[in-house]
Design a protein around this ligand. Structure first.
Ligand SMILES: [Zn+2]
Length: 308
């Protein structure tokens, strides 16, 4: 079942040729989330062949323009495309005022219900959950309040062992998949372990941008399959990173190593780096499984994706 992220924009605040501001599309078992929404995100979605109206939730980390200036365009286009399904937007408390002001002055009356939820700036705080995925906050360190997101897949059912499927009456199959023993009509109990194999592991994805180096997040990121972490600068500009509250590639890699992440995905590259490969080269010295986000590329979330 699908768990993948498409990086729509990988640039930092100032535009660089061929790079766009932050935005990602996350697909967790066909639930679509838009994470951050820099200027031009709707064009990036179109280029990626995504039907915008399939997006149920938008998550915004913080109120810097390169992370939210595209949101009004996305909302307007959803309206023009005839959306009727509700849209949920999660983000900083000030986001509501920004959206409502623009709707008011443009006299736009949306055809669909728009629900804006304020996100609590606290690691582990619940953001959203359903039967497929839970989303919790990550208290990033930045010049304005910035909250990252951790997506954890819900537990999956156990696998029925092929040779044993015939033994299990239809009505009992879902209970057995959930781990219950099978009780046959004559009272015989068949232990679950004889009928099923372990479920696939729960996969997890974390989004950390924008942030200074924040080692206090490591316990919340432990064992995450894919960690997206900003890497605005090289270590030689560590002082600049500290002052602007961003991270270096080396710091991003240190987070991935300490969190025992499966893979690291770097993004939010400063426009001074024409080729972000230098950032990857720095990161792999600390954490080998490091990839670079690229406009329109899709990355799989899961241990099987490592070395793929
Ligand atoms: Zn920022």
């Amino acid at each position: 079942m699908r768990f993948e992220v498409t990086t729509l924009g990988t640039g930092a605040a100032l535009p660089a040729r061929g790079r766009f501001p932050s935005a990602q599309l996350l697909n967790v078992r066909e639930r679509l989330f838009l994470i951050d929404c820099g200027e031009g995100t709707q064009e990036r979605l179109r280029m990626a062949g995504v039907n915008m109206n399939r997006i149920a939730r938008v998550l915004i980390t913080h109120m810097h323009g390169d992370h939210f200036l595209g949101l009004m365009g996305v909302i307007s286009s959803m309206h023009l495309l005839g959306r009727t399904a509700p849209l949920h937007v999660h983000g900083p408390a000030d986001l509501r005022e920004v959206i409502e002001l623009q709707l008011r002055v443009s006299k736009t009356f949306l055809r669909f219900p728009l629900h804006i939820h304020a996100v609590e700036h606290r690691s582990g705080a619940p953001v959203f959950g359903d039967e497929v995925v839970t989303v919790t906050g990550l208290a990033l360190r930045h010049r304005v309040e910035s909250t990252g997101f951790l997506f954890r897949e819900a537990p999956q059912p156990r696998h029925l062992i092929k040779e044993k499927v015939g033994l299990i009456p239809h009505y009992a199959r879902s209970a057995v998949k959930e781990g219950q023993d099978l009780v046959l009509p004559d009272g015989t109990v068949v232990p679950n372990a004889e009928l099923t194999a372990p479920a696939d592991p729960q996969r997890a994805y974390a989004y950390c941008s924008d942030t200074a180096y924040a080692p206090e997040l490591v316990p919340f990121l432990k064992g995450v399959d894919l960690l997206y972490h900003e890497a605005t600068f090289l270590e030689e500009l560590a002082a600049r990173a500290k002052e602007t509250m961003h991270s270096t590639a080396r710091q991003a890699a240190t987070m991935a190593r300490d969190a025992e992440a499966g893979q690291l995905l770097l993004g939010h590259f400063s426009s001074r780096y024409k080729d972000p490969e230098v950032l990857r080269e720095e990161a792999v010295q600390v954490f080998p499984h490091t990839m670079l986000a690229q406009e329109g590329c899709t990355f799989q979330v899961g241990r099987s994706a490592v070395h793929a």
